[in-house]
Design a protein around this ligand. Structure first.
Ligand SMILES: Cc1cc2nc3c(=O)[nH]c(=O)nc-3n(C[C@H](O)[C@H](O)[C@H](O)COP(=O)(O)O)c2cc1C
Length: 202
């Protein structure tokens, strides 16, 4: 059977969600998937970006990562979305991309795919679950198959978030447990998508 296509579409200002996205890409690749790692367009004005040197730096560091396009969604059998928490919701940059997908949705092209999400926040109770669940609202509208990690692997009992991989930025850069959870989430998404794809092909 053909390998599954997994798109990882994310936004990151200062690199945390980018690190989770890269780990997710590794996990999906290891599961045998074809992977596209894509960032969404930056929509913040330079006045905002320039207030934070680490934001400016991260934009430069990731200049070579391709920007997400509708074709990536059409191509994908499964999509993992990553966004930092902003006031308990996904960052507007990712929402801005999602909000351009009306034409695909209207043609039914977003239905029946597998979706999953991951995030980062500054504090433990700063809105990781609400951010991931807010993204899931969109997956429901698309007629998607939502695949969360749950507690389906020992790493989940260490990382502790059954909704999706997540990192508390106040604790420093993402460590091995968080990155392993992101890899595991993407592997689970790829494995379940492969099972669906082969049963549909049968
Ligand atoms: C406008 C704004 C709103 C934010 N709101 C929250 C929030 O509600 N809860 C929280 O814990 N962190 C919040 N943060 C912190 C970000 O979630 C954190 O900087 C981000 O997860 C870092 O991810 P990145 O390095 O990928 O950009 C906010 C940051 C900004 C700039």
């Amino acid at each position: 059977m053909e390998p599954v296509n997994v798109a990882i579409i994310y936004y990151s200002s200062t690199g945390t969600v980018h690190a989770l996205a890269q780990a997710a890409a590794e996990g999906a690749e290891k599961a045998g998937a074809h992977v596209r790692l894509r960032k969404v367009a930056e929509t913040a004005p330079p006045e905002a970006i320039n207030t934070r040197p680490e934001w400016v730096e991260h934009l430069k560091d990731t200049a070579d990562i391709a920007q997400a396009a509708h074709d990536d969604l059409e191509w994908a059998d499964a999509v993992l979305f990553g966004a930092p928490t902003r006031f308990g919701n996904p960052a507007g940059q990712l929402r801005a991309f999602i909000d351009t997908t009306g034409p695909l949705w209207a043609q039914g092209k977003l239905a029946d795919k597998v979706y999953s999400a991951f995030t980062a926040s500054n504090t433990t109770h700063g809105g990781q679950e609400s951010t991931i669940l807010a993204l899931a609202n969109t997956f429901y509208h698309w007629g998607g198959i939502v695949v969360p990690p749950g507690y389906t692997d020992p790493i989940q009992f260490q990382s502790g978030n059954p909704y999706g991989a997540s990192h508390v930025v106040g604790d420093g850069a993402p460590g091995e447990v968080t990155l392993a959870a992101a890899r595991y989430q993407a592997r689970r998404v790829a494995d379940i998508t492969a099972a669906l794809k082969s049963s549909r092909a049968a």
